[in-house]
Design a protein around this ligand. Structure first.
Ligand code: ADP
Length: 202
């Protein structure tokens, strides 16, 4: 049955600009990519804390978290990694469209997987390369993963037995191999303020 032409639908949708005005910042995705031990979790957690304390609507998404649930069925083959990043990208985009600033911390080694999110998210996707090189990451090895991978205990480990494709044109590069954590964090807070704040910085 066709509804009467005199009946109009109420607009139930809470539009993004309204959420953004209240939050004081735009929704979006700050996508941190880099080798294992390049500092993604450390800096994402620090950035989430700083922005939360500044009353931002912010949520960190971390590779280790999603692999316990949303992506628990996936391994580390190129196909599974692509699917992992696809799911995370979709989830992040839903949240971003709801006004949240998502801080995503994922090795995401394949350029094509990251570019797919960028193509879908348009201006909401900001790619940040944490550019610590392999030697530095391997020296740090906070979880002992490089040692295990070198000993043959982990197959398809990024940087050792699987590739990492650095971004070609990221919005920001943070030299996490050379600079102290505090300086890198400042650079990220500054970037978030410039790129996402509506009135003033973080
Ligand atoms: P990832 O999430 O990329 O695997 P983590 O954040 O778990 O990396 O580990 C990075 C390690 O490197 C931590 O032990 C951290 O204290 C150390 N680190 C040293 N310098 C930096 C820096 N500039 N930025 C981030 N982490 C750093």
């Amino acid at each position: 049955m066709t509804p009467s032409p005199h009946i109009t639908r109420p607009d139930r949708h809470l539009a993004l600009p309204e959420r953004e005005r209240r939050n004081g910042h735009r929704g979006g995705i700050l996508w941190l990519t880099g080798l294992s031990a390049s500092g993604k979790s450390t800096l994402a957690a620090g950035l989430e804390r700083r922005l939360f304390d500044a009353r931002w609507q912010v949520l960190m998404l971390d590779g280790d978290d999603v692999r316990h649930g949303l992506c628990a069925d996936l391994g580390f083959s190129p196909g599974d990694r692509a699917e992992n990043i696809r799911r995370v990208g979709e989830a992040a985009l839903l949240m971003a469209k709801g006004g949240t600033l998502v801080v995503a911390a994922f090795i995401s080694p394949y350029r094509a997987d990251r570019d797919r999110i960028r193509a879908q998210a348009g201006g909401m996707f900001h790619e940040i390369h944490l550019a610590a090189d392999l030697a530095v990451c391997e020296r740090r090895d906070p979880k002992g993963l490089y040692a295990r991978a070198r000993a043959g205990g982990i197959a398809e480990f990024t940087g050792i037995s699987a590739p990492y494709e650095p971004p070609l044109a990221p919005e920001l590069v943070v030299e996490t191999g050379h600079s102290p954590v505090a300086d890198c964090l400042e650079a990220l807070v500054r970037y978030a303020g410039t790129a996402f704040a509506i009135d003033g910085g973080a």
